[in-house]
Design a protein around this ligand. Structure first.
Ligand code: 5GP
Ligand code: MN
Length: 343
């Protein structure tokens, strides 16, 4: 049985908010991933079927790898069509914030939403959400935001509105945030949710191939290069470091999303329980960390890289050169050693 985990009064509030309005905006975090795209488009599709003028507005572009998702072309991207994005937000009577927990994670779009008087409903599974939302549906233990959107719709008794298209979107979120049902999916109810979605006759193999197993030749070569020439293993600390400079990225015609998931690969090596990936951008270095077991990386990303995230998957930014970011990484190792010696 799929239990109702969201309190009745919260569901009641969401129902009355939806019933009372026509214009709804749904947004998600920067660099939308499968869960962000799947949960926003899934919810949007259902709201449209209910007769609402619902629109997904994102701060920046959806990566090419997710362009196959039904409804993606309909997304308003603020960095491309700022005036439309601003108009949709200013006309919205209700705003859903999905798969992120603080306005600062959506740049200018966050400021724009903060300037709106529309009530904000958060549906998210990240730790420590900000107090900027009128309704908070925040469950860090959930596998994905798509799972939570499913639960909200179930408790609203709207699952009959989840057709094949919406089911594909929600399945995408579940699948990508759990590495195709590998991690973060210990809750058996997840498979009951999966079964409900599969009854909508979604093609799960097609979704898997499109979302998780489609790469351009350049992208595969970049990954091969990163693993063959740039992966530095420090077996004493059980850590792997991969760095890619702007020059290297250009050499492989890097496109956003091309290195997605790369940071996970070194964890396949026995003895490596922490993986760090530093990718240079024009004005900063993007940091991605993954870990296994009790070694947590969200605290490291918060402390050293202006970021945060989940215990075993976190990220942040280093404002400086790539060399500077590598030095920062070595400083972390040194401090970890010192703390270990103290204990
Ligand atoms: P990724 O390595 O895929 O970019 O990020 C992994 C996870 O870390 C994300 O799902 C998100 O929860 C978190 N994360 C990434 N970047 C940031 C950041 O700059 N700030 C915060 N607070 N969390 C981040
Ligand atoms: Mn997510």
């Amino acid at each position: 049985m799929i239990r109702s985990i969201i309190p009745d009064d919260v569901i009641k509030r969401v129902r009355s908010l939806i019933n009372g309005v026509r214009d709804i905006v749904i947004t998600c975090h920067l660099s939308p991933d499968g869960d962000a795209v799947g949960s926003t488009l899934g919810l949007c599709h259902v709201l449209r079927r209910l007769g609402k003028n619902a629109n997904v507005v994102t701060a920046d572009m959806v990566p090419r790898s997710l362009h196959f998702v039904p409804g993606v072309r309909d997304i308003t991207v603020m960095s491309i069509n700022e005036s439309l994005a601003r108009r949709l937000v200013s006309e919205a009577q209700l705003i859903f914030c999905l798969d992120f927990n603080t306005m600062s994670r959506i740049d200018k779009l966050g400021e724009c939403i903060e300037g709106s008087r529309a009530p904000r409903v958060l549906i998210d599974h990240h730790l420590d959400p900000d107090n900027q939302f009128d309704v908070m549906i925040s469950y860090p233990e959930a596998s994905s935001t798509a799972e939570l959107v499913f639960r909200v719709l179930m408790q609203l008794r709207m699952l009959n509105m989840v057709d094949k298209v919406a089911a594909q979107c929600l399945y995408l979120g579940l699948m990508t945030d759990t590495g195709n049902f590998t991690f973060g999916c210990e809750n058996p109810e997840l498979y009951e949710i999966q079964a409900v979605l599969m009854r909508r006759r979604i093609d799960k193999q097609w979704l898997y191939n499109m979302a998780m197993n489609t790469f351009s030749a350049d992208c595969l070569r970049l990954r091969g290069y990163a693993l063959n020439e740039k992966m530095v293993l420090d077996m004493d600390h059980g850590v792997s470091l991969i760095t890619l400079s702007l020059d290297e990225l250009r050499q492989f015609n890097y496109r956003k999303g091309d290195t997605e998931g790369l940071v996970n690969v070194p964890l396949a090596i026995p003895g490596i329980y922490w993986s760090v990936f530093l990718r240079q951008e024009e004005d900063r270095v993007r940091v991605s960390c993954r870990s296994i077991g009790n070694f947590t990386v969200n605290d490291i990303c918060a402390r050293y890289f202006n970021g945060g995230g989940h215990a075993n998957a976190a990220g942040g930014d280093y404002y400086g050169t790539l060399d500077g970011a590598v030095e920062q990484f070595h400083r972390i190792l040194k401090e970890l050693d010192e703390n270990n010696n103290d204990n």
